[in-house]
Design a protein around this ligand. Sequence first.
Ligand code: TNX
Length: 542
Amino acid sequence: MKSHLALLLIAALPLAAEIPVIPRPADVKEIETHLRISKDATVHVADPNNRELFLATLSEAAGFPLGITPADAPSTIQFLAENMLPDRFPIPEGEGYVIRIVAECANVHAATPAGHFNGLQTLAQLIRNAGRDAGGAIQLPGAYIVDAPRFAWRGFMLDESRHFTGEAGVKRLLDAMARYKLNRFHWHLTDSPGWRIEIKKYPKLTSIGGRGNESDTSPDAPPQFYTQQQIRDIVAYAKARNITIVPEIDMPGHADAAVRAYPEHDGGGFLQKGRTDKWPRFTFNPAKPETLAFLDDILTEVAALFPDAGVIHFGGDEVHFGWQKWPQLPEVQALMKKENLKDLAAVESWFNLRMAKTINGLGFATGGWDEIAARDLPADRTLVFWWRHDKPQVLRQALDKGFPVVLCPRRPCYLDFVQEDSHQAGRRWGGFNPLADTYHFPAGLQLSEDDEKQVRGLQACLWTETTVTQARRDFMTWPRLVALAEAAWTPAARKDFASFEKRLPAELAWLKAHGIAPYDPFAKSPEVTDQGAKPEYPDKPQ
Ligand code: TNX
């Protein structure tokens, strides 16, 4: 009897409604009505620069073309910059939005273009998942949605060096990121196997450094890289989708491709047994004035290509793996003497500070992997990417030093780790990265309220050593990136994995319809291992 009563009580509570949207919105109330969207429905878009994309997104969701509302005619769907809500209900700032769906229309209210864009994505999912009447018109359930992100940085990193994705693949990726309100694309453009960004002043970076990849090291492999024109185009494509692209030029380590093209900047590489021949030119010479000028020139061209990036990432990771030759370099010896540097860590630190000055001077904050937290970079102009999950003390150190931090620990954020215990290909490190772990992150970190204020956000990273083909890159990325998107957007109290699992199948279908084949965790689809696969050359060799 008692439990029966409890059930009745629960049923009577005005529970927030479940709606088929990922990431789950912060607050949803049902309204007992429906909006009918038929083939003659029209849309009013506030931002004239993005009208085509808004219309295309809604038309695709509807399954029939929607038109722009003619002047002075009523709209079925409206994006409004002014607050026209009943009682002037406050609209969230920044990337937030309010959607009100009533019998006459669906209105999206937001204070910024980013807010409108996020509202668009929610509405597109609602429309795609709504029922149709006998005549094919959409019956969109009434709702009042108030939504805003938990974290400002909702990112994905793609390693283009180990295996190259190319323009078409990147644009497809950006489309899918936009759907899940991910707003930072961290573009790892350089690393040991290949240099992937055209630099006008140093053409050999791509004509020589662009050749080869992790599974094809032959010197006459076709160069694969993005031209400056392609980069500008992709940056604009991302911007229209509320995605900021943050470029990474890795230094002073992971430099083989650049040094292969310009050997005068060689700082030596792996001298450890068994790895000597793999990356013999792992570092730039950290102290040679000509090398520093070379890197300044590169960063200057990069800054011009990514004017809105806010951050230029300069890597800074794993330097000690390849710095054994540094003590023999005359420039390093001279620098240590002149600057009174005690050891190689101090040389690394000096180099970081030197390059950060260039990046700051160009008007950007410096991004770097968590090794830089140990060094003395300015906390107000440096962003630390915490990646070593086995070193929570490094995260602590970064927070204590006042650095803003992006959380992307190998576990559970590296997508080159396997996602099921039964999977064979991919990394493990005392475990692996199942969908649920990525979803629940960062709950396990027990961040205090103050810590969370310093956390700019979350990021998943796809390192591509073991992903030779696009099919495997998709398999490893999706749907874990969808889970990361909800982890980064949805308030902690609204996260619910069981609910996520109910909403996910519709998105697996959407991804497939858009040329992306995700892993299907429900059907346990076969693993894409890339065993014996040949590297692909998606863009024509330039
Ligand atoms: C560590 S993450 C690296 C990458 C590798 C990755 C493989 C980081 C800063 N360095 O160079 O690709 O592990 O999981």
